[in-house]
Design a protein around this ligand. Structure first.
Ligand SMILES: Cc1cc2nc3c(=O)[nH]c(=O)nc-3n(C[C@H](O)[C@H](O)[C@H](O)COP(=O)(O)OP(=O)(O)OC[C@H]3O[C@@H](n4cnc5c(N)ncnc54)[C@H](O)[C@@H]3O)c2cc1C
Length: 412
């Protein structure tokens, strides 16, 4: 067992921790930085796991946040395949799975999220996949290309994987609780648009249904049986039913958890323990652009920007996290969406542009104010949406202007 001491300990080898290490150095930190992650890879971007990397169009190196040399040049020490097993926030020390005990001045908890698992009869069969890591993506590509695949879930992971695997020659069927794909986050109009795109490319979609059980022979999955009584032949099943923040370490360390399941932090991403910060999927923070409402958001862009805000505050800059969250998703090259928000509920939707022509934005209003906006081919609209969300502008009398393509959004 070695005892050592660092200035900054970044826990979790994902994007939030990676970007935090970068901004610590960019903003002049000259103390020692140790980034500890339990995966085999250096910090990488997860979005390609269901998109270009899954389809074999991007390499493992392409997905990296930064190449290995960069961490060396920046004098950022990275330990992969290493877990932080316990964290003593009072004594400022962490125990690692390699036996080291590391004392630190400031720490970032960026332990991310893990997949939500469904425990139904047949869950133990071979041919069942979940997707979170590059390794999961490898196994899905090896196992399912060209086969009959049933996807459980109607959100972006299941939709993206259905599109990617269809491109790889698989025959894909989706089973989901919601009536239309992606409609939980983006409403029925956008949901119908995305579902039509999937169906036009040969994906079969069964909405308003649910997985009942998985059946197989000789230990291999062969059939998906739904609550509505559908029996779907399957060589493989991929689940995309959500993620759960990984709060194991934080909980054991006594850090306070919030109602949304994450680790509670203020608008500076600092926990109640001074010097201990959180970022990314695991962070439940007070969002100044949402009127101080507590948010926990699983978006690539949020993890990225949290990393920066946390770094600035670890350096004592007193910087609120004031970035409007942004999300993107691609269904192969069939459709791409971008979104700012997020809105958990809304009471009005305004469409600007043409759903039929596949170039539109949808504005989600709550009590007359923009809560979120989605764009397909109209990225510029999101600039205005970001501003209106942050300013909380009342647009209830401006619905026509929002919908009218000839009107100037910037004047809103
Ligand atoms: C397949 C897939 C596709 C996605 N596509 C999109 C997309 O298109 N657009 C979008 O906006 N978002 C997308 N996301 C979400 C986005 O990738 C996440 O929001 C982002 O990766 C979160 O980063 P993070 O650093 O907070 O956590 P993570 O990326 O989960 O990293 C946390 C890391 O910490 C490690 N860890 C946990 N506990 C410990 C410990 N005790 N010790 C050491 N290490 C530990 C974990 O193993 C993990 O490697 C996608 C996610 C997935 C899985």
């Amino acid at each position: 067992m070695a005892e050592r001491s660092v200035e900054f300990l970044l826990i979790g080898g994902g994007l939030a921790a990676g970007n935090c290490s970068r901004w610590l150095r960019e903003e002049g930190a000259d103390g020692s930085i140790l980034l500890v992650g339990r995966e085999t890879d250096l910090p990488y971007n997860r979005p390609p796991c269901s998109k270009g990397y899954l389809r074999g169009e991007e390499t493992r190196e392409d997905t990296l946040f930064r190449p290995a040399d960069w961490f060396g040049e920046q004098e950022i020490e990275v330990l992969t395949r290493t877990s932080v097993q316990s964290l003593d926030v009072e004594d400022r020390a962490a125990k690692l799975s390699n036996g080291d005990v590391v004392s630190f001045d400031k720490a970032l908890v960026a332990t991310g999220a893990g997949v939500r698992r469904l425990n139904v009869p047949g869950s133990e069969l071979e041919g069942i996949h979940y997707l979170r890591t590059l390794g999961n993506s490898d196994r899905i590509r090896e196992d399912v290309s060209g086969k009959r695949v049933v996807l459980i879930g109607g959100s972006y992971i299941a939709s993206e994987v259905a599109a990617s695997l269809t491109e790889l020659g698989s025959s894909c069927t989706m089973v989901m609780q919601e009536a239309l794909t992606l409609s939980r986050g983006f409403g029925k109009q956008a949901g119908q648009f995305f579902q039509s795109r999937l169906q036009e490319h040969g994906v079969t979609v069964f909405g308003d249904d649910e997985l009942d059980r998985l059946e197989g022979a000789d230990g291999q999955v062969m059939r998906v049986v739904t609550k509505q009584g559908r029996e779907l032949e399957a060589d493989a099943v991929v689940f995309g039913v959500g993620a759960v923040p990984d709060v194991n370490l934080a909980r054991a360390a006594g850090l306070e958890l919030g109602e949304l399941g994450g680790v509670k932090a203020d608008s500076r991403l600092q926990t109640a323990v001074p010097g201990i910060f959180v970022a990314g999927d695991v962070a439940e923070y007070e969002s100044v652009v949402h009127g101080g409402r507590r948010m926990r958001i699983e978006h690539w862009d949020v993890a990225f920007n949290h990393g920066k805000t946390a770094a600035l505050n670890m350096l004592g800059r007193d910087q609120p996290h004031d970035v409007v969250p942004y999300f993107f998703s691609d269904l192969a090259d069939w459709a791409s969406l971008e979104y700012v928000g997020p809105a958990s509920d809304w009471d009005d939707e305004v469409v600007r542009g043409s759903l039929d022509q596949g170039e539109f934005s949808v504005w989600y209003l709550k009590d007359g104010r923009v809560a979120a906006a989605l764009s397909v081919g109209r990225s510029d609209d999101l600039e205005t949406a970001r501003r209106l969300i942050a300013e909380g502008t009342d647009v209830s009398q401006k619905r026509d202007q929002l919908a009218d393509l000839s009107s100037d959004l910037e004047s809103l």
